[in-house]
Ligand binder design. Structure first.
Ligand code: GLC
Length: 431
């Protein structure tokens, strides 16, 4: 099946790593230059204790504030202030880069999207989580720990995972579609009701990379092969991208979906204007509890549809990293541990329907009783395909976003978009 094949995703090319190693040597940013963060800022303030700031994207699920309240009560001299960023993954990334470049000592602990560890570690911005800063990853899903590891060193501690799910209206489609084709076949039901059929995240930002990768992987294609070489110009990848392009052309994906990030799709679904939505687990809790949700009792959750059966989700999620410029690294380490205890993980799940990184919680009967989608989510995460692991990820995702968006809009053919995407990913490693 497609997802098995495409699970062979691995770190981007050795060539890229070599280029990086060379540039890192001459970098001298004071952060230790990329291989282990030894020396420079990374060797300072390891015992530092005091107030710190935690930087994270918009807390849609309202989990951060209650946790900080709890922590702050227990640690009056080491209070944590929340710096909340926007809800757009690209903007969060750029804000972190800007502040790391400025050596901002106030960005002590950052929420690091799974795709950024390699880049931030290679730049020497993240404190290696070893020696006095060593934290345990015991019991965590191996795929999540991998996202925090760069060159065999843990730089970011998994906090919450993420796997794509299909939200559907069970009052309109009692049996959710198992394949993309089946789903497209059901769009006439939405049409008869006068509502939109399917949306995911199709605005031009990281969410598009996630959705396009899923379309490609689900058809048995790959963005890069296991050596990290771009292999996206293939018949399988073409079939995947074509699924999205055709659905957009024939209206099964509505026009406005090209402006959707996670939140716009969620709002449309909750308003009853959309029959199928690809989104992350956080939507479950909000669609059930939001005062304005009109689908509280009428929605269900299913695996993403694929070619002959379940599709391949893209692995998402967030880890926590400590800035090498932080003055209070001992406090930061304790805070990382507090934010990832079993109790906290349960809170993420029950309060925000966020995906735990602790494997055992997926088999916790009480939790399953409360969150019946957990087994579906576990399957989604276990079969999820990581995005390319490379310090040059920003250029790789740009190549995917720009070309797939052009194909959706119709300004490039699917063939041209994939040819250009493959070439641009190929040169990304040399940047
Ligand atoms: C979610 C995922 C993250 C992904 C982002 C894209 O936040 O957890 O990994 O990059 O969505 O919008």
């Amino acid at each position: 099946m497609g997802n098995k094949i495409s699970r062979m995703y691995m770190p981007l090319a050795a060539a890229a790593a070599l280029t990086l190693a060379l540039s890192a040597c001459g970098g001298g940013t004071g952060g230790g230059g990329g291989t282990g963060g030894e020396g420079g800022a990374a060797s300072e303030n390891l015992d530092g204790r005091g107030p710190i700031t935690y930087v994270q994207g918009k807390d849609n699920s309202d989990v951060v504030r209650p946790l900080l309240e709890k922590w702050n009560k227990a640690h009056p001299d080491e209070k944590v202030t929340f710096k909340e960023q926007s809800d757009n993954a690209d903007q969060q990334h750029d804000d972190l880069v800007k502040n790391f470049q400025a050596k901002n000592a106030d960005y002590d602990v950052a929420s690091v999207d799974v795709i950024w560890t390699a880049e931030f570690a290679a730049k020497g911005w993240l404190q290696p989580l070893k020696d006095t800063l060593k934290v345990s990853t015991e019991g965590m899903l191996p795929a999540t720990v991998e996202t925090g590891t760069y060159k065999d060193v843990l730089y970011t501690l998994p906090q919450t995972s993420d796997g794509g799910l299909l939200y559907y209206r069970k009052d309109l489609v009692p049996n959710p579609p198992k394949t993309w084709e089946e789903m497209m076949g059901m769009c006439s039901i939405a049409k008869d009701k006068g509502i939109d059929c399917y949306a995911g995240q199709f605005a031009q930002y990281e969410g598009l990379t996630v959705n396009v990768s899923e379309a490609i992987n689900s058809e048995g294609g790959q963005i890069v092969d296991k050596e990290g070489k771009a292999t996206v110009n293939s018949p399988e990848a073409k079939a995947g991208l074509e699924n999205l392009v055709d659905a957009y052309k024939n209206g099964n994906i509505p026009k406005q979906a090209l402006t959707y990030q996670e939140e716009q799709g969620r709002q449309s679904f909750e308003a009853g204007k959309l029959m199928f939505l690809r989104n992350w687990p956080y939507v479950y809790n909000l669609a059930k509890t939001d005062g304005s949700s009109t689908v509280k009792d009428t929605f269900g959750v299913a695996p993403l549809p694929g070619k002959d059966g379940p599709g391949a989700s893209t692995l998402g999620g967030h880890n926590m990293g400590v800035s090498v410029y932080s003055k209070n690294k001992a406090t930061a380490k304790d805070f990382l541990e507090f934010m990832t205890t079993e109790e906290t993980q349960k809170f993420y799940a029950t309060q925000g329907s966020l995906a735990p990184v602790l494997a055992s919680l997926y088999d916790d009967a009480d939790l399953i009783a409360q969150l019946p989608y957990l087994p579906v989510l576990k399957t989604s995460i276990e079969n999820a395909v990581p995005r390319p692991v490379t310090p040059f990820y920003p250029a790789v995702t740009q190549a995917i976003q720009q070309n797939s968006f052009a194909a959706l809009q119709g300004s490039k053919t699917v063939d041209q978009a994939l040819t250009d995407m493959e070439a641009a990913i190929g040169t990304a490693g040399a940047k």
